[in-house]
Write a protein that binds this ligand. Structure first.
Ligand SMILES: NC(=O)c1ccc[n+]([C@@H]2O[C@H](COP(=O)([O-])OP(=O)(O)OC[C@H]3O[C@@H](n4cnc5c(N)ncnc54)[C@H](OP(=O)(O)O)[C@@H]3O)[C@@H](O)[C@H]2O)c1
Length: 313
């Protein structure tokens, strides 16, 4: 049960569900990619987008699980258009392979939802020798977005429709090291799992802000926003089984449920109120204020340049 139901300017609140915030929206002409769609927020986002007619490509690392999820959605919504494609965001090679396959499918792309994430694992380097949270939560999504931008631009021009990029960040961005620790991104001795998670989530907001700046400069009909979905008992705390158990236990009383947890993502992806809005941070389906690092345009540009260098083949 969610107890905080005060409505914001949008008319929605923390207790609104993904179905509430998308009521009456016909999105049958749209195509979306949702990363990390096998469970949690990504699963519910996929289900609700499909309910409104969006053709959803589930970008998942576990395709067997992805197919089971697709089957459950199609069983519930026989008209659902859902595909499953393999994507491991912690691997730059996998991101390139996914993007190449998507582009060669000639599908349009109206909405890109960068949702997948890992939280607070023990220090781990990805196959590209990049700290796992930065690699998965930010860098993989950064490269994915870069490689799909041309398709999004073309789709928005051909269909004369706004394209939307939605980065699922977190209030955890407030726990980042002081700003971004660019010099110590892959340094085990200074690694703190929570601060590193916060840093990767800060990067999600900075990424959306720098994209916004570039879209405005080039006059593109694309937007990029970031959001905090709320606190929801999902598999995100899988690396911390005791805390996870406690959260699951108390979560049903104090946290959002999954349908409330996917609301802000679905709102930012589909709602007409968000048309033309870019570079904002949303929470509870309303515009909110991130911290000062997240609003720092120079930091956003620095992150952009460093990310470009890191993904260079
Ligand atoms: N839950 C919360 O309270 C909360 C709060 C703030 C922000 N968020 C954000 O919300 C987003 C979704 O989290 P959630 O709560 O729904 O967690 P979740 O249930 O653990 O879902 C995370 C998803 O990301 C996928 N994933 C992880 N690593 C991946 C990789 N290398 N490549 C591709 N997919 C990968 C997982 O796939 P597998 O099934 O294969 O592991 C899963 O589908 C995350 O970005 C998280 O930071 C959540």
């Amino acid at each position: 049960m969610w107890i905080f139901g005060r409505k914001g300017a949008s008319g929605f609140s923390a207790s609104s569900t993904a179905e509430d915030v998308t009521q009456g929206i016909d999105a049958t002409a749209l195509t979306a990619i949702v990363t990390g769609a096998t469970c949690g927020i990504g699963f519910e986002t996929t289900r609700v987008l499909a309910l409104h007619g969006v053709h959803v490509v589930m970008a998942v690392r576990n395709t067997e699980r992805g197919k089971e999820v697709k089957e459950s959605i199609v069983n519930e919504i026989p008209t659902a258009k859902v595909d499953v494609m393999e994507l491991d965001l912690s691997s730059l090679a996998s991101v390139r392979k996914f993007a190449a396959e998507f582009v060669s499918s000639s599908l349009p792309l109206n909405i890109l939802i960068n949702n997948a994430g890992v939280m607070a694992p023990p220090f781990t380097l990805s196959e590209d020798k990049i700290e796992l949270q930065f690699a998965t939560n930010h860098l993989g999504h950064f490269l994915l977005t870069q490689l799909l931008l041309e398709t999004m631009k073309n789709t928005s021009q051909e269909q004369n429709k706004e394209g939307r990029i939605v980065n699922v960040s977190s209030e955890g961005h407030r726990f980042a090291y002081k700003g971004m620790f660019f010099d110590q991104l892959n340094d085990e001795s200074s690694y703190n799992p929570i601060y590193a998670y916060g840093q990767s989530k800060l990067a999600n907001i900075l990424h959306a802000n720098e994209l916004t700046k570039q879209f405005k400069e080039s006059g593109l009909n694309l937007t990029a926003n970031a959001l905090h979905p709320g606190s929801i008992a999902t598999n995100l705390l899988r690396y911390h089984s005791i805390i996870n158990g406690v959260i699951e236990w108390v979560g049903k009383y104090f946290l959002k449920n999954i349908s409330q947890g996917a609301a802000t993502t679905c709102y930012v992806a589909l709602h007409p109120q968000v048309k033309g809005v870019s570079g904002e941070y949303f929470m509870d389906s309303n515009i909110a204020q991130p911290n000062s690092y997240a609003k720092d345009a120079e930091l956003a540009k620095e992150l952009w340049d460093i990310s470009l260098t890191m993904v260079a083949p």
